[in-house]
Design a protein around this ligand. Structure first.
Ligand code: B3K
Ligand code: ZN
Length: 886
């Protein structure tokens, strides 16, 4: 497969000013008449008049130029291109073609979802609808005419405004849509089917009244209230926080069960995976409610960052994704309220970064947030482009200050509205606003890998000075052996014995600043800061609030970590200190196991947990995050070689030791955290439920019989899915002889609801098997054979297979290689059905080199076996295997 390089960008040879698409919908053979007003691009370096359109899996019927039908010898057609010569001046090019939505199992282009038709065009799905200049820098005004049998497809939607609607002969009808905003093809959308909608009108800041609609299958209509509320909040927030209004009179959201990822920001017609659009207390957990608000926000915010200002080419993806993730994170944080509640959002975002992006940055797929090359762009919708991209934007806000950042953001939008631009446009706007060169900062766009910031401290009793020697290094990544130092914002506070912030005064500075956090900028490989004006050796609190996406290695003692976990006033760092304390204690268990010795779980940790549990100044939501041991995934990542079984046992050992000591306290807290009354998914009661369920998990780790009774009782009596699901999850990994009874009971009550069946699959894929029980891999295989699973439905694949591959390391990385065998079979099968989903699953083994030799060898064998069959595989899967092996 061919790599595409960023440096090879060429302006398009032609531009398309307007396009009219006429669809005659049919589930097996949809016809398209595509009429484009095309003209040569004055900016193009090539002016040979050849118009090269992309097309994939299409049946071409006819090509005409300015009304004259071309004969086959007058154009050139291959599997992926249609070349039409002689377009040397403005011309009307008309293409007629057909495609089969039902055969489209890749879910890219227009495809059948149950009895409905849905579309997904980003990145390159539009070429599966018609021949086109399918690239983001060609912006056209779209008119869409949809004709369809009315009984089958009573609702016909596309972008923009409804211009006309009427019945035709033979039970067919027609709707015409016009989108006033020029857009790239990846933002096109079409939906047809039997759908119902929740509709509301809202007055926006400029006084206009807009119509908001959420379209779903009729039985799901009662699950759309939260989505609508979230949309209204998102609109308000974008107006008040960024001064950005809704630019359309109509805004629609559509939900579907068949979707490759979360949701899509098509102009005025967002399409959502049902899991991010449907909620009621029976089908959605607290996290689901929360995620829906965040994803609805994310897609809505794209209307400005992505749609109004769009991308020149796909290498710039982070320009819209990093920025929009940053915006949705801020939205979620603002919805939580004041500072300590906002910290909960920050912590969740960092957990995500550490568990998914850090491993990516340390593996064979490591790439800068703006990659230099790719084989398949769909493989680059990564946590690096998204989540690290958001961290890079956040660093800019931190470095420039909120006000200057906002000025730069406004400038960026104003200057680039209606254009397709590169990441440079954003950086230049920030430079204009701040008057500051961001040259060194640009390295964040160019260099991959997670920087390590090593900190050594020294207290000099004689001079009462405190020195911090700060060194940054970034490990080599594919194609980038040596790295230059980044510009890293690095906020530091110095704490006294009570956790109070001291003045941070550098040696040589005359006046002592007020006590507080001080922002340093690391620009060199190594820098030393010497602080003075201190009565005693302080405790440094570093990279406060996780200002930079780096790994800080400060070698703190358990005592220091426990001190920070109880005294640091920065809630993020307090959480982080507790996590590092836990991580360090677990690491000692892992190493003891390696040396076949035993090691007591340190009292310092056990006491710190007890103290935090008792601390009444902390919110339950915060405690739930701080008291949960780091995941096996995050723990393994820190080891030189990952031994999933050792990590698992070590984590369980520590959990049990904590549980033993505080057994009563956990049960009492679980009791105290119960939320009476009707279900309310808002932050406060969600936090109480999270802490309650964590306490129950601890109590169960100590095998207190009362805990299992409480858990089973909770499963039966809960009035919300959060508690019911949490209980079932604990039962599924317990010693309970009745666990199958519970699982069958859950299936019986959930079978009619795809979202719930998926959760049921996930629970089993993520469970641990007790001695004597069927190994999880066998359980997963059995479930794959049931009617509740289908390889054709991405949500089911993610729920069962991806959960097993990525969220159950102890079971998946079983020493007999059975997990890898299943992985290879699944990737092979999925490749035929849906290459994007196959490639995503394939990535589960990419970090094989990080494992202990026996496991690495087995993984290598499984990858190699697929590699040898690469002729049968889609280039997206081949790219993953290739990068993993070579
Ligand atoms: N922009 C889409 C992602 C499209 C993925 C294509 N493989 C959703 C989002 O980020 O909002
Ligand atoms: Zn996005």
């Amino acid at each position: 497969a061919q790599s595409i390089h960023r440096r090879d960008y060429r302006a398009p040879t032609h531009l398309i000013d307007t396009v009219k698409l006429e669809f005659d919908l049919d589930p097996e053979s949809t016809a398209v008449i595509n009429t484009m007003a095309v003209r040569p691009n004055p900016e193009s370096a090539v002016a040979d008049g050849i118009l090269t359109l992309q097309g994939e899996d299409l049946t071409l019927v006819s090509v005409s130029v300015n009304g004259r039908a071309l004969s086959e010898s007058e154009y050139d057609l291959t599997k992926t291109q249609l070349r039409i010569p002689g377009i040397t001046s403005a011309s009307e090019v008309t293409i007629v073609n057909r495609f089969n939505p039902t055969a489209n199992t890749a879910l890219s282009g227009i495809y059948a979802s149950g009895a409905n038709l849905m579309s997904q065009c980003e990145s390159q799905g539009f070429r599966r609808i018609t021949y086109y200049l399918d690239r983001p820098d060609v912006l056209a005004r779209f008119t869409v005419v949809i004709r369809a049998p009315k009984a089958l497809y009573p609702v016909l939607l596309s972008n923009g405004n409804r211009k006309e609607e009427r019945d035709l002969d033979d039970g067919r009808h027609m709707v015409v849509w016009e989108d006033p905003f020029p857009k790239p093809s990846y933002l096109f959308a079409l939906v047809a089917g039997r759908l119902a909608c929740r509709r509301e009108t809202m007055r926006v800041s400029d006084g206009r009244s807009v119509t908001l609609e959420v379209w779903v299958e009729p039985q799901d209509l009662e699950k759309t209230a939260h989505t609508m509320e979230s949309l209204k909040k998102a609109i308000r927030w974008d107006e008040s926080r960024w001064g950005l209004p809704l630019d359309l009179d109509d805004f629609k959201i559509v939900a579907t069960n068949d979707f490759n990822f979360g949701a899509m920001e098509n102009k005025g017609l967002n399409i959502f995976n049902a899991r991010y659009a449907l909620a009621n207390p029976a089908v959605a957990t607290d996290d689901d409610y929360f995620n829906i608000e965040s994803v609805v926000g994310h897609e809505y915010f794209h209307n400005w960052t992505g749609n109004r200002v769009t991308l020149r080419d796909w290498f710039q993806l982070t320009l819209k994704e990093g920025l929009t993730v940053f915006r949705d994170q801020e939205f979620s944080a603002d919805m939580l309220g004041e500072a300590s509640a906002r910290a909960v959002q920050r912590i969740k975002d960092v957990i995500r970064l550490r568990s998914a992006q850090f491993p990516e940055d340390a593996g064979p797929m490591a790439h800068p947030i703006r990659p230099e090359s790719y084989v398949e762009i769909n493989n680059f919708y990564t946590t690096t482009v998204y989540e690290k991209g958001a961290e890079v934007i956040r660093m800019l806000q931190t470095l420039l200050g909120r006000e200057t950042f906002r000025k730069g953001f406004d400038d960026y939008i104003r200057t680039n509205d209606g254009k397709a631009v590169t990441c440079e446009a954003f950086l230049e706007a920030m430079e204009r606003a701040s008057g500051r060169s961001l040259e060194q900062f640009r390295l964040w766009y160019a260099q991959a890998g997670t920087p390590r910031v090593t900190v050594r401290s020294r207290w000099d009793e004689a001079t009462h000075t405190f020195a911090l020697e700060v060194t940054q290094t970034t490990p080599p990544t594919p194609g980038q052996a040596a790295k230059r130092p980044f510009l890293i914002p690095f906020p530091v506070a110095l704490l006294d014995a009570d956790g109070n912030k001291l003045p941070v005064r550098l040696l040589g500075e005359d006046a002592a600043p007020a006590p507080g956090t001080r922002m340093f900028e690391l620009t060199e490989a190594s820098s030393t800061f010497v602080f003075t004006g201190l009565a005693a050796c302080p405790v440094p609190s570093l990279n406060r609030g996780f200002a930079a996406p780096v790994i800080v290695e400060a070698n703190e003692s358990l005592e220091t970590l426990a001190f920070l976990a109880s005294k640091d006033r920065d809630p993020f760092n307090r959480w982080d200190a507790m996590q590092r304390l836990m991580g360090e204690v677990i690491r000692r268990q892992i190493h003891a196991r390696l040396l076949k010795s035993s090691e007591d779980v340190d009292r310092i940790l056990i006491d710190a947990v007890g103290a935090m549990l008792d601390d009444e100044t902390l919110s339950p939501a915060f405690k739930a995050l701080a008291l949960e041991l780091p995941s096996e995934k995050i723990l393994g990542e820190r080891e030189p070689l990952i031994d999933p079984q050792a990590v698992h046992v070590a984590r369980e050992t520590v959990m049990t030791a904590i549980a033993k000591r505080w057994s009563t306290k956990f049960l009492e807290t679980a009791q105290a955290m119960q939320v009476p009354g009707d279900y309310d998914p808002s932050a406060e009661p969600s936090g109480r439920r999270a802490l309650m369920n964590l306490c129950l998990a601890y109590a169960q780790a100590n095998s207190v019989p009362r805990a299992l009774i409480m858990i089973c009782d909770q499963y039966q009596t809960a009035n919300n899915l959060t508690n019911r699901l949490a209980a079932l999850k604990m039962i599924a990994s317990s010693q309970s002889p009745r666990k199958n009874e519970f699982l069958v009971d859950a299936l019986q009550s959930w079978a009619a609801e795809p979202l719930l069946v998926n959760k049921w699959l996930s629970i089993q894929a993520g469970a641990k098997a007790m001695p004597g029980e069927t190994p999880i891999v066998e359980r997963v295989r059995q479930l794959m054979q049931t009617e509740f699973f289908s390889l054709k439905n991405p949500n089911k694949v993610y729920a069962l297979l991806l959960t097993f591959f990525t969220a159950n390391p102890n079971e998946f990385h079983s020493l007999d290689g059975s997990g890898y065998q299943l992985w290879a079979e699944a990737v092979m099968e999925l490749n035929r059905i849906n290459p994007q989903v196959a490639a995503r699953c394939a990535r589960s083994l990419e970090n094989w080199r990080r494992y202990t030799p026996a496991l690495a060898r087995l993984q290598h064998e499984a990858i190699t076996a697929l590699w040898e069959r690469r002729e049968e595989l889609d280039s997206s899967v081949v790219e993953v295997l290739d990068k993993a092996l070579h």
